[in-house]
Design a protein around this ligand. Structure first.
Ligand code: UDP
Length: 484
């Protein structure tokens, strides 16, 4: 029991940067409202979370966030030792073992629920058993998908209406039934788990996720209502579930915190700021494909050629350390106008610099929303997960990006895109009248995002409403553990 009678919320993020980072930001947002936040994770993910929350610039001493670690059962699940994060999964063959390991965390979590007696559990959707655990302790569970609500609606409409089942070829276009916006896709763009006939391990997991959502109090979405209004309303109608739009969560970071999210950056903050300061506004292209997507050497060479031929200045994040695959003389020829970050970039810091004029992105939801918040137009290059839906939102609904032309969903390793396609998309997003129109739209959305998280903005009000709701549940249950 909290001696001060504060609301206590436990956060259980899925061990991938796409969940760890926004849920750390979320814990900060709750903590900033006087909630006692505890984040549960595995030992190797503690530094990443500590890095993201440990700055304390906007937190007073009263609002510390506790991090508690539990063991990740690598050996028991058939994973190499130390594979505690989606980034360290050695190959797609190990993905099922990774999910198996996450499914084995329930007893440890329940032990913590008993020890800490929180008033609410906020858990990533990939832990369907979390609703049951919360119910056992008579507390509400909230689901965090880590995606926007457009993607939730699109995948739900596909699951319910299966429009992709009666097509003559994988490249035939079909409209997603009942989804507002006349969104067209092909079978090739769909995740393999969405189109396999019959039950697979992953489709079983998805079914369990849906059932656990039904048993939950509702969904927390890292987005803001105005960004996806039509789909937020549609989701509530479609699912009949409550959702709280409390993002963009990354906006809780002050300038000095922006370089320290997820992992330690592989580049000195001062060096990169100095380099960007030397550039004119909107002249640099930032290229980064998140924490999981992997490209072949031939694909990387095409990217290098596309960047070089486009004539644009660039910062390119490459998640490897060897250089042999780089085209002969590339670094010499692009010296001064291009920078490669080998490893992890301070993405939020870069996106928010005035020099950045476009973002070539894999459309991971966090990256997408960070670009929206910073007012940066996008070249969309989706790879896997729900990224093809996010591409549709960016290019067709919000109209703040242009597609590079990826045709096929791939697990981890990306589709092949030629250098000319990248060069063409870069010119389209960086120069000319269309680029100007897109940039203006992106700036307007950025202002809307900032307004949403300010006092009386929609996200701020949603957060107030959620906290009050949780407090009243805690009071109604007459929990001896609180006087909230
Ligand atoms: N990120 C970063 N530096 C990098 C790569 C990624 O800070 O070099 C952050 C990025 O800002 C975002 C998260 O990692 O917050 C990636 O999440 P996203 O949903 O975009 O993609 P995922 O990694 O889950 O595919």
């Amino acid at each position: 029991m909290d001696a001060k009678g504060k609301l206590k919320v436990m956060f259980l993020p899925f061990p991938g940067q796409g969940h760890l980072i926004p849920m750390s930001d979320m814990a900060r947002a709750f903590s900033g409202r006087g909630v006692r936040a505890t984040i549960v994770t595995t030992p190797l993910n503690v530094p990443a979370i500590r890095g993201t929350i440990g700055k304390g610039s906007d937190l007073d001493s009263d609002s510390e966030i506790e991090i508690v670690s539990i063991k990740f059962p690598c050996a028991e699940a058939g994973l190499p030792e130390g594979c505690e994060n989606t980034e360290s999964v050695p190959s797609p063959d190990f993905v099922p073992a990774f999910f198996k390991a996450t499914s084995m965390l329930q007893p440890q979590l329940e032990h913590l629920l008993l020890q800490h007696s929180p008033h609410c559990l906020i858990a990533s959707a990939f832990y369907p058993w979390a609703s049951h655990s919360a119910a056992t302790f008579n507390i509400p569970r909230l689901v965090f998908y880590g995606t926007g609500v457009f993607a939730l609606c699109a995948s739900e409409c596909l699951r319910l209406y299966q429009p992709h089942n009666n097509l003559s070829s994988d490249s035939d276009l079909f409209v997603i039934p009942h989804l507002p916006g006349n969104i067209q896709m092909t079978r090739m763009m769909l995740p393999d788990y969405a189109k396999t006939d019959g039950e697979t391990k992953f489709s079983e997991l998805l079914k369990a996720i849906k059932e656990s959502e039904v048993a939950s109090l509702g969904v927390i979405v890292n987005s803001f209502y105005e960004l996806e209004q039509v789909y937020a309303d549609y989701y509530e109608k479609l699912q009949g579930r409550r959702a709280w739009y409390i993002g963009p969560l990354s906006l809780c970071n002050q300038q000095q915190d922006k370089g320290k999210r997820g992992k330690e950056a592989s580049v000195d903050e001062g060096d990169i700021l100095k380099w960007m300061d030397s550039k004119k506004a909107n002249t640099v292209v930032y290229v980064c494909f998140g924490s999981i997507a992997n490209f072949s050497e031939s694909q990387l060479r095409e990217i290098a050629k596309g960047l070089e031929d486009s004539g644009q200045d660039f910062i390119w994040v490459v998640r490897r350390s060897d250089k042999e695959w780089l085209p002969e003389g590339f670094e010499r020829r692009t010296e001064g106008r291009g920078m490669i970050i080998w490893g992890w970039a301070p993405q939020l810091l870069i996106l928010n610099h005035r020099a950045v004029g476009a973002f070539v992105t894999h459309c991971g939801w966090n990256s997408t929303l960070e670009a929206v918040s910073a007012g940066v137009p996008m070249v969309t290059w989706p790879v896997s997960a729900e990224q093809f839906y996010n591409e549709k939102l960016v290019t067709e609904i919000l109209e703040i990006g242009v597609p590079v032309g990826v045709k096929k969903w791939a697990r981890i390793v990306g589709d092949s895109v030629g250098s000319e396609a990248l060069e063409k998309a870069l010119k389209r997003i960086m120069v000319g009248e269309e680029a100007e129109t897109i940039r203006n739209r992106a700036h307007k959305l950025s202002e809307m995002a900032r307004t949403a998280v300010e006092c009386n903005g929609s996200s701020s009000c949603y957060l107030t409403d959620l906290i009050q709701h949780l407090q009243s549940i805690a009071r109604l249950q007459n929990c001896p553990k609180s006087s909230v």
